[in-house]
Design a binder for this molecule. Structure first.
Ligand code: 13P
Ligand code: SF4
Length: 358
């Protein structure tokens, strides 16, 4: 038997319970009306909505059937039997859903939801690196487009990057394209990292291709996480001595080292839930701090709300409604690229596991 459809009133009541202190009531009512229409369309069209942990609070707490980090949502996308997957996240995430489950229609509510890391590298860059370092396995962060994934040997997310690198059992590894994630993984796995001369931007490069090099990185950065610095952490700690500082591994190694904990977006949520009652500074997209409060209401959040991901912020409840009404924006991946990218993503999914939060 199917569950009863959620009405606008029921959705409003839930939103109000979680967000009354954060979002004005008039806005919650408006969001609840749109969310109720989405519920009808989901039922009519056999659609599911996946919501990344960075979605703004009124979306995060209303329409997703599953919420989670990149790894968790990939796992859901791979196994769903819905006909339509609406991905409330950024484009590389929606593409990954299509790569894993190509017979489904995958929609993204905004055509503008990109990612600075995904933009930082091309498929040709990866081919050049393979030619430069023949035989060295290539790990590509999931924050890349399908044609880049198609050129690599295995993908990883922030939740399994160390496990993926260790699974290769290789002396040398090429790790693309996030400079900071690569440095953080290199530190955790005890590898010495260099950056090839061709890697873009961000200061002097080291081009040594011999010596005891164990990890070869790229100069991509997340435009959000690169904004955090140790000076700010020290200042917050001097003002609030008992604060727990959490950082995403896309932050610089200095920031990660100055934090009490670093992990994927879901790993940070779990950490707060386990330490509820404490004060937290969470160095990641700022919506997440508000989203966590529903499951850890005793936690106290210090906010840096000027730091938002402009790409994630493109996704709204209203645009999700339009996506379902108009079947837009359809995410497609050319089949020859998809088949090769699938091998890298599927190989990653065989490693480690974290379950989705529904
Ligand atoms: P997670 O996989 O940890 O959710 O991270 C995705 C992301 O884009 C972080 O900026
Ligand atoms: Fe990309 Fe950074 Fe936004 Fe994540 S937060 S989607 S890595 S730009």
């Amino acid at each position: 038997m199917q569950n009863d459809l959620l009405t606008a009133d029921a959705i409003y009541t839930k939103l109000h319970a979680n967000l009354a202190d954060i979002v004005p009531d008039v806005m919650l009512r408006r969001k609840a009306e749109a969310a109720a229409q989405i519920e009808v369309l989901k039922r009519q069209r056999n659609a599911i909505v996946l919501g990344h942990n960075y979605m703004e609070p009124s979306l995060f707490h209303s329409i997703p059937d599953y919420r989670g980090d990149s790894l968790e949502l990939s796992r859901v996308a791979a196994t769903t039997d819905a006909d339509i997957i609406v991905f409330c996240g950024v484009r590389f995430m929606a593409e990954t859903a299509k790569i894993l489950n190509p017979s489904k229609t995958v929609l993204i509510p905004s055509s503008k939801a990109g990612c600075s890391l995904a933009e930082s590298i091309t498929a040709q860059d990866v081919r050049d690196l393979r030619a430069m370092y023949p035989g060295v396995p290539i790990v590509t962060y999931i924050n890349t487009y399908a044609d880049v994934k198609a050129e690599c040997d295995i993908c990883c997310t922030s939740g399994n990057a160390v496990a993926v690198v260790e699974s290769l059992g290789s002396e040398q590894v090429i790790f693309l394209p996030d400079e900071f994630l690569a440095r953080n993984v290199a530190r955790e796995t005890g590898k010495h990292i260099i950056f090839p001369v061709k890697g873009a931007g961000h200061g002097p490069d080291v081009g040594d291709t011999t010596l005891d090099v164990k990890m070869i990185g790229w100069r991509g950065r997340c435009e959000v996480h690169e904004q955090f610095n140790v000076r700010d952490i020290k200042q917050v700690r001097s003002q609030v001595p008992d604060v727990l500082v959490l950082s995403h591994p896309e932050c610089s190694p200095d920031v990660v080292e100055a934090s009490d904990y670093s992990g994927s977006t879901t790993a940070m949520i779990r950490y707060v839930e386990k330490n509820a009652g404490r004060k937290f500074l969470i160095l990641t997209e700022c919506s997440m701090a508000d989203n966590i409060l529903a499951s850890a209401p005793e936690a106290e959040m210090l906010r840096m709300c000027s730091v938002r991901c402009p790409h994630m912020a493109e996704i709204t409840v209203e645009d999700t409604l339009l996506a379902l009404l108009k079947t837009q924006f359809v995410v497609d991946v050319p089949e020859d690229i998809r088949v090769r990218a699938y091998k890298s993503v599927e190989r990653m999914l065989q490693i480690g596991h974290t379950g989705p939060k529904d």
